[in-house]
Ligand binder design. Structure first.
Ligand code: BEZ
Length: 211
């Protein structure tokens, strides 16, 4: 199934390292980061999962739950998690889906047969509390992802959901943002009473709104 931004993230039940879950129920009112890694007991995946575990306080701050997936069996996940703790200095603190029958991988189109017909690629889906898909990333097996970038996008999504702004290139939390083009100056004046800088009529820069 091809998923696009704005689609409802498909629901599923799955066996994970934290027991059986119903995905939508497990998400509850949180944001979610569902990500696949190609295979257990591989070096790049080991670093990604350790780093994601270290980011838990950052995910918690943003009301985000992370959940990993590979097409390995549950017993392999349990064995490998000890290696992650030993080598990365952080124990797994989020569930890993054991998708040996590829049910969830197929549902989310995580297997790209011309890359590998056996393993998932490195997919990432950011899902909002309405269960809508808000970000899709696809990385090759040989390239570890930048999980700080995933947090950065979540910051942007949460901010731009609350305010009539968009975030510019390489933006980071706390930096100036852009007033959305659809907002007329007279309406912008009500929302941004301290004013903004007009670089071009379509490029109006304002400090990041609070809250
Ligand atoms: C890794 O996680 O290290 C990896 C997995 C599949 C292919 C290449 C690298």
């Amino acid at each position: 199934m091809t998923l696009r931004l704005g689609d409802i993230a498909p629901d599923f039940t799955a066996v994970t390292t934290e027991g059986s879950i119903h995905f939508h129920e497990w998400l509850g009112s949180s944001w979610g980061v569902l990500f696949s890694h190609p295979k257990n007991y591989t070096p790049v995946c080991t670093t990604e999962l350790g780093y994601t575990a270290k980011l838990k306080p950052e995910f918690d701050k943003r009301n985000v739950k992370a959940i990993g997936l590979s097409v390995d069996k549950l017993e392999d996940h349990h064995g490998w998690s000890k290696d992650i703790e030993e080598t990365q200095g952080a124990a797994l603190n989020f569930p890993l889906i054991a998708d040996a029958d590829k049910k969830v991988s197929d549902l989310y189109d995580m297997i790209h047969p011309n890359a590998s017909d056996t393993f998932t690629v490195r997919s990432v889906f950011v899902i909002d509390p309405n269960k809508k898909v808000r970000l899709i990333l696809t990385y090759p097996a040989s390239t570890g992802r930048n999980f700080d970038e995933i947090l950065r996008v979540i910051d942007s999504l949460q901010l731009t959901d609350r305010h009539k702004v968009a975030t510019p290139v390489n933006w980071k939390h706390g930096e100036d943002v852009i007033i959305v083009p659809a907002l007329k100056n007279e309406d912008a004046a009500k929302l941004f009473p301290d004013g903004w800088k007009t670089v071009k009529p379509y490029l109006r820069v304002v400090p990041q709104p609070k809250g």
